[in-house]
Structures are given as structure tokens and as C-alpha cells.
Design a binder for this molecule. Structure first.
Ligand code: ANZ
Ligand code: ZN
Length: 882
């Protein structure tokens, strides 16, 4: 009987329906088994899933299905990170309400995800723009406010004067608004912040207790938190006419400048002081110096991101002020205003040591300042050591440094710190030790409509008042317009007007909404009790958390993960749960990349070309015209280069299982995978091959041979069982380590060896082989199931096996089938190695001799003659003497 090709188009929806009506993936908190929480980073509802999602979710689904088969109570939920700018952009461009746009996109993407056959608990689904979700988030906000973890302060923002909106640093391009092109201004606005810096030490220290995280992510977080130990060091200013103390605010300002330094050991190499453009000293000095004032205005336009500052050319302005060296009252250095000093780090002022800091060196070369090396690298000659274009930041011995000479930098740090802690300037210590963090408090205010409203109001009598919990949620108004720029909430006719819950008088609502990173900082906790009337049910959250395996893109390695770690701590502090590290295991998957095609300046989509191989070189042509096009480099899939493949197309033509299999098969999961047509074809061929194998086996096993199967080839049957059990153990291990590509390779191998074994004559009539074959096929199907769940169900059915594979337990390998009881003996002839003999470990000398003499090389060499003698050292070696 001819076997029909496997048709995913009819099979896949059928099995999705079967799983769903059996409620197989709906998780009960009280179900049997140890808990296992697997989560993939939830998507932004842009409208369509992309191939990166397919890879991400396929991986998570393999883990979920595998753990379920291992008897765990698995939680595998899905939701939508649904607030944010794109919905508002769509509203402005296409006149569609952000809510409609978002929910329509969610519907489309939900259908796409369902077509992938993911074993998700859809009953827990939510979107962060659901009123219920942001209601709970408003409760959390009020709790943080009460705990002192949320506060308001003035802070600088990038202001686009045309769009009348605040821009994120990434939205400022060359000093201009990304949309309007207007010159961006720095404005001070009162904004809401979360006090993440309260946890800086803990967030850093706890990284060491996350062995389930990739090292690279822990390092990135460490650098982001950026703990450094240094000195706050005060420099007196030389008397001067230009600064009148009255112009400045605060004591001592006008007479001194305080810097933060991690390298006080290099003090004898100091050659200037530099302060940030918005440092009070810069402001004071500019009052009498219009050129300085315009210099300051100029560099303030450059954008405030650390990145733009680090890449910008170093520029400075000499204020004419001079600062007195803390270790030598007769030595003064010039004071500059410079663009490479940030106001919000340390004190906003530095001393520059060009020889040992690259930024200082670049600056010194531009302004002709001295470059005095004070750290001598090991092996360098003190009499002629100079610095060229590269600062020396390594270890060595201090020199040209008075009482520090001969010390290491660390010793020098201590010696300077001790001396300057004792020394005083105007009756206060000249220096104090200080630990600084690069981490800043998290500014969460956004002047946008499509976000979670910050639930506070402004009352003339009471000031800033939190909304009463019983008045929550503060719901976004529906009737808004996007015709004018700015925040629609500000312009709404009456939404702002409300009553103060404190005094009952009139009050105005806050119109800032929260950064969407807030939404994604606790969704993993909400999934544990998605319909609760409180943000969490603490006992339930504690039972499920931490997430055992979190999977997502490395682009979220810093902010999202750090904010989530902060939220877990803040929520624990407010009694919502008792777990401070939200993600026990973290895996960051690589990207999906694809070749690019272009014709001159025009990029062409893979679906519009055809590839042929001519004499070993690949050529691409346009499908429509047949004209040749250039094959470009392999790059991250992007709309602009058109090198994207649409998961819908792939699923429609090959089926979800093929797409999943290919995504898992080709590369280690943390590396980029190259999407190729050939690769997908290969995966599809494997699908068909597996299908044929199972069908042939089913046919052979269905009909009992006349008179019943008999006896059996015990050795061959054992071989089949070994192959299957070894694969079961190996694939399980591979999935535990998320080495999906290795699991795939093992399954290819198993299919090969089973195909060979089943096609042996006599297979269908040999009782031992039939039994081994039946067992092996049932193992194979269960091993394939986490990766190709639909095909596995179809095969299970063909074999006449009961129930759904998705509900079967993982095949446990029998340990005795895993031990290797064969050994390999080197075979020599006249003392020279001629080959290897594979034989049972416990074979006796006589059978080893017989087996050796039966080897091809031995027979050929002897050419019919008998050997003089055969020396067998069991377990070691065979030597044939002739
Ligand atoms: C003198 C010095 C000499 C420095 C030397 C470095 C090398 P981290 O490790 O990031 O804490 N610095 C301090 N405040 C700054 C600011 N607001 N903007 C720009 N740079 C600032 O870096 C600390 C070092 O960064 C400090 O130590 C200071 O320069 C600079 F050979 O002081 B150092
Ligand atoms: Zn009031």
C-alpha cells in the first residue's frame, strides 16, 4: 500500500484543536508534580510575528513539553507587551485608535502563535493595556510611593519644540528630533522616578548567585550598575575677581571645586580640572563671559546620552580660573568647561590626568596641556618613558610622584586617601572615600497617551496626592485626538478634572503615563494569578516563582532584566511576594539571519528571487524578469533590507513542525541561525522521512505473520533497543541543557539506524525484532514530540497507540541498555598495527582470535597462508605473527 505524504495543513489544526479541547496546557496551581515555570519574553503586538519569535517560542515550547512529560506541573503562559509609541504613531498616521490598532494586532498574532502549536496556557493570557492589568499596576505604584520607592524630582529631558514632546535619548539624532527634525532643547521637567539605586549594592551582589544566567549578561549588568570606589576630592580655587560668591548657591561654591576620582594615585600627573556644562561653577563663570555662555549652550545641544558624549569630539573652554593642587599649594591647574564631563555622575567635575586616561589625553592634545606620566609600566625605562597617542591605564609603579614613588597604584590610592582624609581645606577634610554607582534612578514619566496613567493628582491645597485605592483604576479616556502634537491627555476637555481624595476640593490628574518597561517588569508575577483582584496572590506567586527558565533576546540583557529584578525586590518589600530574583535560569537566543539580495540600490525580497547553481557558484535571478541580481552578505532580518521571511508563508507551505524543527536544528541556540530555503527543505524532507518510517513500521507490525512470529534474533533486537534507549537518554540531557541542535542530530541518527534495522529481511516475522521495533518507534515518537508535536500525534495515531503524545510521559532509558559492553582492540600483524576489532567486552581468547582472523585486512595479508601464531592479550591487543 502506498503511503501518502504527510500533510501538515490538515493535520496541524486538527491536533491543535485536540489539545485545546482536552485542556491539556491549562495549568492548575494544585496539580501533581514539582512546579516548573518556563517563560519566553512576551511580544510587542506590532501586527505580525517575525521569524525571531518562531525561534524563541519554539525553544520555550520544547522545554515546556519536555518538562510536562517528565512529570512537572508546568506553567507556560503568554501575553502582550501592549503599551507604547507605535500604537500612537499608527493613530497619527492612519487615524485608527491606539486601542483598536493594538487589539486587532493581538488577535492577528494570537492566531499566528496558535498556528505554531505552542503548548501555552491561553487561559492566563493578558495584555498590559487591559484595564485590569494597569489597574493592578497602579496599585503597585501607590505601594511603591508609600514605601518611598517612587518619588518626583526635576530632571533634564530632551524636548522637541515642534512635536512638543519629550524624546528618549535614542530619538535624538544629531541633536534633532527623529520625527520633526527640530533642534532638541534640554528642559527641566518634574518627573516621576523609581528608586532603583536603593538596591544598587544588592542588585550587584546577587548577580553572583545566578549561576543559571549567561556570564555575558551578568557582566553587562555589572557594568551597568557600575560600582566604583574612589575619593571625593576638594580643590581650592585661586583667588579671583570673576566669581562673586553671591552668584553661586551653596556653601563653599565659588571657592572650591569637588571632583570624584577613582585614581587619586595619579594626582601628580594632573594637568587640568574639567566641569560639566551645567555645573554651577560653569554657570557662574559664564555670567561674566558671553563666549563661555554660548559655548555652553552649544554643547548642551549635543544630547545627553552617555553614548553621544563618548563619541563626540572632546571640546572645552578655559574659564581662566585656576585650582590649587591638593598635594602642592604652589601648583595650580586651569579649570575648563568640557563636553565629556557628565553632570549626573560623581560631582560633575573631574581632574584630568592625560597620561593615564584616554579621554583626558585626547582633551590634553587638543588644548596643549601637559602630559606627565606617573605610572611606569613594568619593564619601561623611567628616564625616557613618554606617552604617545594612547594613555597607559595598566598597572605598574608610581614615579615622578614625590612620596608615592615606587608604590603600586593601589598602594598609592591608599597613601593619598589617608593623607587627604587628614588634611583639611577650610576646616573640612580635603577628601572623603566614596562608593559611586553608574546606575541612576529610573525615570518612568512619559508624556504620552498610550501607557498606564500614573495614579496621582495635583491639588491646590494638598499638593501631590495619591489617588485613593478605591478610586482606581484611573482609566485612559477613549475620546482623544492626535491631530495636534503633544500629550493628548493634557488637551482632553475634562479628563484631568477630578476631586482631591484628601480635602474633597478640585484637583487635576497627573497626565504622565508610565514607561512601558514598568509593564514588563512584573508580568511574570501576574501570570501566576492573572485574574486576582490584587496584583498577586502572594502564596501563589511564591509557589510559582522564580521563573525556572526565561528565554529571550540579548537586547534585553540590561534594562528589562534589571528593572524586573528591581520590581521583584520592591514587590517583596511591599508584601506582594517573597521572591527577590525573578529569573532563576536565563537563556538568550541568537538571531535569525538571512542572505540579502540587491539590484543596484534596490533590495529584493527572497520570495522574489530564484537561486540556481552554475558550476558550483550560486546565482540569483529575479523571478519576474529573470534578470540577475547580486547576492549580498548574510544579515539580521530587517524590513529595510527586505531579507525577511514571513512565518505565515513558511507555515502555510511547510507546516509549523518543519519551521520549528529547522529553527532548532541548525545552530547552537545561542548563536545566530542562517535561514535558508535549502535548510527548510531539508527539515521538510526529514518530516516526510519520519512519517514514512513510522508508517512502514506500523504496516509491518500490524499483520501478524501466519502461524505467529517466532524465536528471534536476540542480538539484532538488542541493537534496536540500545539505539532507542540511548537516544532517549541523550535527547533528554540535550534538552535539559537547551542544546536543541544536538537533540536534533541524535534524532536524525536514531531514524537512520531504525530505518536500516527495519528494512532487514525477516524483520516482520521475527518476534524479538517486532517487539524491539514497536518499543523503539514509541520511544522515537515521544522524543520527537516536544519539537514536532503535530507530526508526533499523527504518528502516534498511526501506530494505534492510545491517548495524545502530548500527555505521555518521557521514555526513561533502561540503564543496562546504556552501558557500552563492546570494546575496540588494536590488531597488529608482525607488530605493526593493521586495524581495529570491535568485540564483546567478555569475549574469550578463542573467539577474539577467530574474529581477528576473519578481518578483511588480516585475510588479505595472509593471502590464504596460516599464521605462525596469534597472540591475544584480552582487553588489550591482538598480534598476528606470520
Ligand atoms: C582622575 C583620573 C585619572 C581618573 C586617571 C581616571 C584615570 P568610573 O570607574 O566610571 O567610576 N569621572 C568622574 N566623574 C566624571 C563625570 N561626571 N564625567 C566624566 N568622567 C568622570 O570612573 C571614574 C573616573 O571617571 C574618575 O577618575 C574620573 O576621572 C572620571 F588616570 O579621576 B578619574
Ligand atoms: Zn486636596
Amino acid at each position: 500500500m502506498a503511503i501518502e505524504r504527510y500533510n501538515p495543513r490538515s493535520a496541524e489544526p486538527r491536533w491543535q484543536e485536540a489539545w485545546s479541547s482536552a485542556g491539556l496546557f491549562e495549568t492548575r496551581d494544585d496539580a501533581a508534580g514539582e512546579k516548573y515555570y518556563v517563560l519566553e519574553m512576551f511580544p510587542y503586538p506590532s501586527g505580525r510575528i517575525h521569524i525571531g519569535h518562531v525561534r524563541n517560542y519554539a525553544m520555550g515550547d520544547v522545554v515546556a513539553r519536555y518538562k510536562r512529560a517528565k512529570g512537572f506541573n508546568v506553567l507556560h503562559p503568554m501575553g502582550w507587551d501592549a503599551f507604547g509609541m507605535p500604537a500612537e504613531n499608527a493613530a497619527m498616521q492612519n487615524k485608527v485608535h491606539p486601542r483598536e490598532w493594538t487589539y486587532a494586532n493581538i488577535a492577528a498574532m494570537r492566531a499566528q502563535l496558535k498556528s505554531m502549536g505552542l503548548s501555552l496556557d491561553w487561559s492566563r493570557e493578558f495584555a498590559t493595556c487591559d484595564v485590569d492589568y494597569y489597574h493592578q499596576q497602579q496599585i503597585l505604584f501607590l505601594d511603591l510611593l508609600k514605601a518611598g520607592l517612587a518619588y518626583r524630582r526635576k530632571s533634564k529631558v530632551n524636548w522637541d519644540p515642534v512635536d512638543r514632546t519629550v524624546l528618549a535619548n535614542e530619538q535624538v539624532i544629531d541633536g534633532r528630533g527623529w520625527r520633526s527634525g527640530a533642534l532638541v532643547e534640554q528642559r527641566e521637567l518634574t518627573q516621576w522616578f523609581f528608586r532603583i539605586t536603593d538596591y544598587a549594592d544588592d542588585l550587584l551582589a546577587a548577580l553572583d548567585e545566578l549561576p543559571g544566567w549567561p556570564d555575558k549578561v551578568r557582566i553587562m549588568q555589572k557594568n551597568w550598575i557600575g560600582r566604583s570606589e574612589g575619593l571625593m576630592l576638594r580643590w581650592g580655587l585661586q583667588d579671583n575677581e570673576r566669581l562673586s560668591v553671591a552668584e553661586m548657591s551653596g556653601e563653599g561654591v565659588g571657592r572650591e571645586v569637588e571632583v570624584f576620582t577613582t585614581r587619586p594615585d595619579t594626582l601628580f600627573g594632573a594637568s587640568f580640572i574639567a566641569v560639566a556644562a551645567d555645573h554651577p561653577l560653569a554657570r557662574a563663570a559664564s555670567a561674566t563671559d558671553p563666549a563661555l555662555a554660548s559655548f555652553i549652550a552649544d554643547i548642551q545641544r549635543g544630547g545627553t546620552s552617555t553614548e553621544s558624549i563618548e563619541t563626540a569630539e572632546k571640546r572645552g573652554y578655559d574659564t581662566g580660573l585656576r585650582a590649587i593642587h591638593p598635594l602642592d599649594p604652589n601648583w595650580t591647574v586651569p579649570v575648563y568647561v568640557a563636553n565629556f564631563v557628565l553632570m549626573d555622575y560623581g560631582t560633575g567635575a573631574v581632574f584630568g590626568c592625560p597620561a593615564h586616561d584616554q579621554r583626558d589625553l585626547d582633551f590634553a592634545r587638543s588644548y596643549d596641556l601637559p602630559v606627565r606620566p606617573v605610572v611606569l609600566p613594568q619593564g619601561a625605562d623611567a628616564t625616557n618613558y613618554t606617552i604617545g597617542t594612547e594613555a597607559f591605564t595598566g598597572d605598574g609603579r608610581l614615579f615622578h610622584s614625590d612620596f608615592l614613588d615606587g608604590m603600586t597604584p593601589d598602594e598609592g590610592f591608599e597613601a593619598v586617601a589617608q593623607r587627604l582624609e587628614q588634611q583639611t581645606l577650610w576646616n573640612r577634610p580635603q577628601a572623603t572615600r566614596k562608593v559611586n554607582f553608574r546606575l541612576r534612578d529610573w525615570g518612568i514619566s512619559r508624556q504620552r497617551y498610550w501607557g498606564c496613567p500614573i495614579p496621582v493628582l495635583h491639588c491646590d491645597a494638598c499638593g501631590v496626592v495619591p489617588e485613593a485605592v478605591e478610586n482606581l483604576p484611573v482609566v485612559l479616556p477613549d475620546d482623544i485626538d492626535f491631530d495636534t502634537p503633544g500629550n493628548p491627555l493634557d488637551r482632553h476637555a475634562h479628563w484631568r478634572q477630578t476631586t482631591c481624595p484628601h480635602c474633597g476640593g478640585p484637583a487635576l490628574r497627573e497626565t504622565d503615563t508610565m514607561d512601558t518597561f514598568v509593564d514588563s517588569s512584573w508580568y511574570f508575577a501576574r501570570f501566576t494569578a492573572p485574574r486576582a483582584a490584587t496584583p498577586t496572590v502572594p502564596a501563589v506567586a511564591d509557589a510559582w516563582l522564580p521563573v525556572d527558565q526565561y528565554i529571550g533576546g540579548v537586547e534585553h540583557a540590561i534594562l528589562h532584566l534589571l528593572y524586573s529584578r528591581f520590581f521583584a525586590r520592591a514587590m517583596s518589600a511591599c508584601g506582594h511576594m517573597d521572591v527577590t530574583e525573578p529569573f532563576k535560569g536565563l537563556f538568550t537566543q541568537g538571531m535569525v539571519v538571512h542572505e540579502t539580495y540587491r539590484d543596484g540600490r534596490e533590495w529584493i525580497a527572497p520570495s522574489d528571487i530564484t537561486i540556481e547553481e552554475v558550476d558550483g557558484t550560486r546565482r540569483a535571478r529575479r523571478l519576474s524578469t529573470g534578470e540577475p541580481v547580486e547576492i549580498g552578505p548574510i544579515e539580521k532580518m530587517s524590513k529595510s533590507k527586505k531579507n525577511v521571511v514571513d512565518p505565515d508563508d513558511i507555515i502555510a507551505s511547510y507546516g509549523a513542525d518543519t519551521a520549528r524543527w529547522f529553527m532548532l536544528s541548525d545552530s547552537p541556540p545561542d548563536r545566530d541561525v542562517i535561514w535558508t530555503e535549502a535548510g527548510v527543505d531539508g527539515a521538510f524532507r526529514f518530516v516526510q522521512r519520519l512519517w514514512r518510517l513510522v508508517n512502514e513500521a506500523a504496516e509491518a507490525l500490524a499483520t501478524e505473520p501466519a502461524g505467529g512470529a517466532e524465536g528471534g534474533d536476540a542480538q539484532a533486537a538488542l541493537g534496536i533497543r540500545r539505539a532507542a534507549h540511548r537516544a532517549a537518554a541523550g535527547v533528554g540531557d540535550d534538552i535539559e541543557r537547551l542544546a536543541f541542535n544536538k537533540a536534533v542530530a541524535r534524532l536524525y541518527e536514531l531514524v537512520n539506524s531504525l530505518s536500516a534495522a527495519f528494512s532487514q529481511p525477516g524483520f516482520s516475522t521475527d518476534a524479538a525484532l517486532r517487539n524491539a521495533g514497536r518499543e523503539a518507534i514509541s520511544i522515537l515518537i515521544r522524543l520527537v514530540a516536544p519539537m514536532m508535536p503535530h507530526l508526533a500525534e499523527e504518528c502516534w495515531q498511526v501506530m494505534g497507540l492510545e491517548g495524545l503524545v502530548a500527555a505521555q510521559s518521557w521514555p526513561e532509558a533502561e540503564p543496562e541498555l546504556l552501558v557500552d559492553d563492546e570494546i575496540v582492540l588494536p590488531v597488529q600483524m608482525n607488530g605493526k598495527k593493521r586495524g581495529d576489532l570491535r568485540i564483546a567486552k567478555d569475549a574469550d581468547a578463542a573467539s577474539i582470535e577467530a574474529a581477528a582472523l576473519a578481518m578483511d585486512v588480516v585475510r588479505d595479508t595472509l593471502a590464504g597462508a596460516s599464521p605462525k601464531r596469534v597472540v591475544v592479550v584480552p582487553g588489550r591487543i591482538v598480534n598476528v605473527v606470520y
